[in-house]
Ligand binder design. Structure first.
Ligand code: ADP
Ligand code: MG
Length: 238
C-alpha cells in the first residue's frame, strides 16, 4: 500500500493552472525528491500534500485515507521549510519541545521526545543554548528536530538547504541521508538542485511547467532521459 498517493492532482489560481495531472505513488519509507526549475510547481505540490494549499482537482491519499478536505494537523505530516524560523528567545530544548507542549503532551513525553531527537541529530550538547549561539548547520538540525519530535508518518522538506553555503549544504546532505536511514520515515523533498536530488533520492521526480516530466531512480533517469529537457537538466551525457 502506498504511504502517499496523488491522483490527477491539479492546482489553479483563478484561471491560471500551475500544477496538473500529477500522479504519484510513494511507498512507506521511500525518499522521493521533486526536482525542477524555479516556478515549475514543486512547492505547490508539496503544500497540497501538507494541506496548506487546497487542491483544485484530483485526490490526495495518506495511508489509505482520502485527505483532500483534512486540515494539515490531521495528516500526521511534518514540514521543514527553507526559511526555518526558530524561536530566538527559547533554548534548543524549548524549541524542540514547543509543538508537543502546544499539543498538551505531558512533560515526561516531551522530555523523552526531545532527548530522542537530540540524540538522532547530535544536538545533545547544545540543548541549553539559544539559536543565536548555534552555527547555521546546528540551527538547521534544530529545525529538523522540531519536525521529528512529532513522529510524523511523512516528512516534507521544501528546499531546506538553500540558505546555507556550499560546504554546509554538502554536509547537511549527508546528515539528511543519515537521518532517513535512522528513522526510515517517508520523505518527500523539494529542491531545484540536481546534485542534491541525485544524491538523496531513492526516486527522483522531474517536474516542468506544472507536470511530471519523468520519474525513476536517479540512475534510470540519468541513463534513460525521456527527452532533451530531462537530459539537459540532469546533465546526462549526450
Ligand atoms: P516552485 O516551488 O517549483 O519554484 P511554485 O510551486 O512555488 O514553484 O509555483 C508554481 C507556479 O505557481 C509559479 O508560476 C508561481 O508563480 C505560481 N504561484 C504560486 N503561488 C501562487 C499564488 N498564491 N497565486 C498565484 N500564483 C501562484
Ligand atoms: Mg518552491
Amino acid at each position: 500500500m502506498a504511504q502517499v498517493q496523488l491522483k490527477e492532482v491539479e492546482k489553479k489560481y483563478g484561471s491560471l493552472r500551475v500544477v496538473h495531472g500529477i500522479d504519484l505513488d510513494i511507498a512507506h519509507g521511500e525518499f522521493v525528491v521533486l526536482v525542477g526549475p524555479s516556478g515549475c510547481g514543486k512547492s505547490t505540490t508539496l503544500r497540497m500534500i501538507a494541506g496548506l494549499e487546497k487542491i483544485s482537482g484530483g485526490e490526495v491519499y495518506i495511508g489509505d485515507a482520502l485527505v483532500n478536505d483534512l486540515p494539515p494537523r490531521s495528516r500526521n505530516i511534518s514540514m521543514v521549510f527553507q526559511n526555518y524560523a526558530l524561536y530566538p528567545h527559547m533554548t534548543v530544548r524549548e524549541n524542540l519541545g514547543f509543538t508537543l507542549k502546544i499539543a498538551k503532551k505531558s512533560q515526561d513525553e516531551i522530555d523523552a521526545a526531545v532527548h530522542e531527537a537530540a540524540t538522532i541529530l547530535s544536538l545533545s550538547d547544545y540543548l541549553d543554548r539559544r539559536p543565536a549561539e548555534l552555527s547555521g548547520g546546528q540551527r538547521q538540525r534544530v529545525a529538523m528536530g522540531r519536525a521529528i519530535v512529532r513522529h510524523p508518518d511523512v516528512f516534507l522538506f521544501d528546499e531546506p538547504l538553500s540558505n546555507l553555503d556550499a560546504k554546509l549544504r554538502a554536509q547537511m546532505r549527508v546528515e539528511i541521508k543519515k537521518l532517513h536511514q535512522k528513522i526510515k520515515t517517508t520523505i518527500i523533498y523539494v529542491t531545484h538542485d540536481q546534485v542534491e536530488a541525485m544524491t538523496l533520492a531513492d526516486r527522483i521526480v522531474i517536474m516542468r511547467d506544472g507536470h511530471i516530466e519523468q520519474q525513476g531512480t536517479p540512475l534510470e533517469v540519468f541513463e534513460n532521459p525521456v527527452n532533451t529537457f530531462v537530459a539537459t537538466f540532469i546533465g546526462s551525457p549526450p
